[in-house]
Write a new protein. Structure first.
Length: 277
């Protein structure tokens, strides 16, 4: 059962949401309320979603609404960083206490970055939550409202999908201690469990089957379990027009909780299944 949840964001956001079609950047009081709410998200005082004690993703719809309202009440503003010029409603993030930001990295206001986060040249969108010790590696993207745990490595070119609408839609959630391999795509509210190692080039959506190769059983749809090694694969299915392979994620090995592998050990696991790197 999902826990009872009270948003830390003021209820005035719900009132503004009800009359959103009439809002514009000329509404100073509405703008002040929305900016204050998104500032809470930017500071980590509120977040779009969290995982509760029952291991369910709980969405703060009011936080989502505040983000969506920001596009209504903020006007286009020209900004410049060095020789680069921008023209947008959402400014760049300025609260970067304890965060290492390598030149070329972009994070928008309304994304929370905990102390100890490292941003290589990458993009983090509004509403995202990135916890301490996590590295967002080169050309990786953390989409709007995505929730990324502690000590995660998002390898080069990883795409963590974003979702803003509808406000009750669950975002992508990456558990603590996970490692997402290069060029992988985790989208549509899919989840990666704590300590999971996801092989390079793996695609995971909310509807994609996750299969245990030891038993052949489908474990879930759109969720890689805690402490395992998983890779992209296919599942054979018969259609009227023939036999085709549909995308799936394959769990190759279960890990002990807290177990860490060196790259050579991970390569050995892949070789056991004919997946030499």
């Amino acid at each position: 059962m999902t826990e009872s949840f009270t948003s830390p964001i003021p209820a005035v956001i719900d009132e503004l949401w009800a009359g959103r079609d009439q809002l514009s950047p000329d509404d100073a009081d509405a703008r002040a309320a929305v900016v204050s709410a998104v500032d809470q998200i930017d500071a980590g005082e509120a977040r779009v979603a969290h995982v509760d004690a029952a291991d369910e993703v709980v969405v703060d719809e009011r936080a989502k609404r505040a983000i969506l309202l920001s596009f209504k009440v903020l006007g286009m503003v020209r900004a410049q960083v060095g020789d680069f010029q921008y023209n947008d409603r959402i400014p760049l993030k300025s609260r970067l206490d304890g965060v290492r930001v390598v030149p070329g990295a972009i994070a928008r206001w309304g994304a929370y970055l905990a102390p100890g986060v490292v941003l290589m040249p990458s993009f983090t969108n509004i509403g995202a939550y990135v916890d301490s010790g996590t590295m967002v590696d080169t050309w990786a993207t953390v989409g709007s409202c995505a929730q990324v745990g502690r000590n995660v490595h998002l390898s080069g070119g990883v795409g963590i999908g974003g979702v803003l609408e509808p406000p009750n839609a669950k975002p992508v959630v990456i558990g603590d201690e996970a490692m997402i391999g290069s060029r992988s795509m985790i989208v549509e509210g899919a989840r990666v469990g704590t300590g999971a190692v996801v092989g390079s080039g793996t695609n995971l959506s909310a509807s994609m089957p996750v299969i245990d190769v030891e038993t052949g059983e489908e474990i879930s749809r759109g969720r890689i379990p805690d402490w395992c090694v998983a890779v992209g694969g296919t599942r054979i299915k018969e259609f009227k027009g023939g036999t085709f392979g549909l995308p799936a994620v394959l769990v190759l090995k279960r890990l002990e909780a807290g177990q860490r592998h060196s790259k050579s050990e991970l390569n050995d696991i892949l070789r056991e299944h004919g997946l030499d790197t």
